[in-house]
Design a protein around this ligand. Structure first.
Ligand code: NDP
Length: 508
């Protein structure tokens, strides 16, 4: 029997009934015209925890029409930024007031621990407040040096109607990385959450009404990638698509939205390395590696799913991570002490297990875990903390996004080798370096091909700092000033002062 820290007890109360999630179109909550619904069975508890309207082209068309009308008549984009900001600040307050309700639903639909859901849902209020603060900064620039008779002014305008498509791993957080920034810019939106985690997005609709967002400015359609998501990326009346999810779907969206040349912002996968040098604070590094791989059961674009560790310290370091892995609390997500919960679906669990089996057949060695985990009273939609050694850079487990609690170990001898291994990936989302030598850290930061590089830490994030990927991890940036700018269009105004323009057509 594997010696792990499993918690099956539950202290957080279950809701009385399954939440009824409905579309939010033009300010009104509606069911699907054909009455279709989708049940969400909790990955941890195996019971139906929500029933969501299953949208079709009818609801998607209606939502896009409402967003287009709301943008074109200026009910939101023409408001003073101060007034838009005031609505976003109210949303932030209401998110905090609703934190527990949101968190319980997030946990039951996704399987993640309640403490994490509380942090994510309550913490998202800060993203809304930061976006509100940016609303009043959307200024351009002026050119007063173009000649005595010319004044040039560059203004920023909202890009228009934005389709927002979000995944199941951080439903409320990822929505809050996009929606408030689009709204702060003056855009109107159509949102589609993953069909596996629709409810907290629908609950946000209730909050938007209470905060006084005008009808039609944010519309929510619940349903599947096809037909809902695909129509949101091809419709003539949509100006921009912002998507978080798999690289495969991201590529499809780039193609489908290319027909109408929409702007596309993509936040996709990662195979994020942490590089550990022998002079690092190894205790701290081992803890951060353990956190980086098991947080959200590894179902995280920022998962530090690979470590690249100096060969002199590799054995001791891996031993340390394995020892910590035994202490991490896996189990019932409805207990505040649980650190790692359930896998989102049976299919996804099978995918994780497939990577492990393939790695074993290719000669890799399992240091801990490598199997499905049965939590007493809850069943087996869980996976053991897993560390895999003897991995070569060509193995699928070392290259592809496993999206599970699985750490692969690679080793290096020289600094150049470490950098080469870190960059040997089609992805470029994030990377980390551990060393007490500032020169080693700085050199690594400069050479790492990643949108974020952490030095002696992992996964610290702030609304002020742009987030996004290089290479096939995406395009564009989210949050921070750069994320806000994605939702703005640039327009140049050229103004002649006086009647000095020489005629082009000779009339005499
Ligand atoms: P997807 O990329 O399929 O789903 C993400 C979102 O896109 C969902 O809302 C989905 O809808 C929607 N979608 C699917 N197809 C289309 C389409 N043709 N047009 C528009 N929208 C579409 O991720 P999965 O859930 O299938 O996860 C698969 C893998 O993706 C994971 O194993 C992981 O490797 C990666 N992933 C990465 C994430 C990240 O944070 N970067 C997040 C989630 C997954 P619906 O599912 O409701 O049909």
């Amino acid at each position: 029997m594997l010696d792990l820290n499993i918690l099956s007890e539950q202290t957080v109360a279950m809701p009385d009934a399954a939440y009824q999630a409905r579309h939010f179109i033009n300010g009104v909550f509606v069911d699907s015209a054909d009455g279709q619904k989708l049940d969400r069975v909790s990955p941890s508890h195996g019971i139906v925890v929500s029933q969501a309207a299953l949208g079709s082209e009818t609801e998607t068309q209606a939502a896009i029409k409402a967003a287009r009308a709301a943008f074109d008549d200026g009910r939101w984009s023409s408001l003073a930024a101060k007034e838009r900001a005031a609505v976003l600040y109210r949303v932030a307050d209401l998110i905090e007031q609703n934190e527990e309700r949101l968190a319980v639903m997030e946990t039951l639909e996704s399987g993640k621990p309640i403490s994490q859901s509380r942090g994510e849902c309550g913490g998202a209020a800060d993203l809304w407040r930061y976006a509100a603060s940016l609303a009043r900064t959307a200024h351009g620039d002026s050119h007063n040096t173009l000649g005595a008779d010319i004044l040039g002014v560059v203004v920023k305008e909202p890009i228009g109607v934005v389709s927002i498509i979000t995944p199941w791993n951080f439903p409320f957080w990822i929505l809050s990385q996009k929606l408030p920034f689009a709204l702060a810019a003056g855009c109107t939106c159509v949102v589609k959450p993953s069909e596996m985690t629709p409810s907290t997005t629908s609950m946000l609709g209730e909050i938007l009404v209470e905060a006084g967002l005008p009808a039609g400015v944010c519309n929510i359609v619940l349903g599947l990638g096809t037909p809902v998501g695909s129509l949101m990326t091809t419709h003539d009346d949509v100006d921009m698509v912002t998507f978080t999810g798999s690289t495969a779907v991201g590529k499809m969206i780039t193609k489908s939205s290319g027909e109408t040349l929409k702007k596309v912002a993509l936040e996709l996968g990662g195979k994020n390395p942490q590089v550990i040098f022998p002079d690092a604070d190894l205790e701290n590094a081992a803890d951060a590696v353990t956190f980086g791989v098991y947080f959200n059961v590894g179902q995280c674009c920022n998962s530090s799913s690979r470590i690249i560790v100096h060969e002199d310290i590799a054995d001791a370091f891996v031993e340390r991570v394995v020892a910590l892995s035994r202490k991490v609390v896996f189990g019932n997500p409805m207990h505040p002490d649980t650190q790692v919960g359930a896998i989102v679906t049976e299919d996804h669990k099978a995918k994780i297990d497939g990577y492990i089996k393939d790695a074993i057949s290719a000669g890799a060695e399992i240091c801990i875990g490598g199997q499905v985990l049965d939590v007493p009273g809850l069943g087996d939609q869980f996976y053991q903390p897993t560390v895999v050694r003897g991995v070569t850079p060509d193995m699928a487990i070392a290259r592809e996004e496993v999206f599970g609690p699985v750490l692969t170990v690679l080793t290096f001898k020289t600094f150049d080798q470490a950098v080469a291994l870190a960059n040997d990936s089609t992805y470029g989302l994030s990377a980390g370096v551990w060393s007490e030598n500032v020169h080693t850290c700085l050199e690594f930061c400069r050479r790492a091909q990643a949108g974020t590089v952490w030095t002696n830490t992992w996964m610290d994030g702030f609304p002020e700092l742009a987030f996004g990927g290089m290479k096939q991890s995406g395009q564009g940036r989210e949050i921070g000033r750069y994320g806000f700018e994605e939702f703005l269009e640039v327009k140049s105004l050229v103004m002649r002062i006086g009647r000095t323009r020489a005629p082009w057509v000779k009339t005499d």
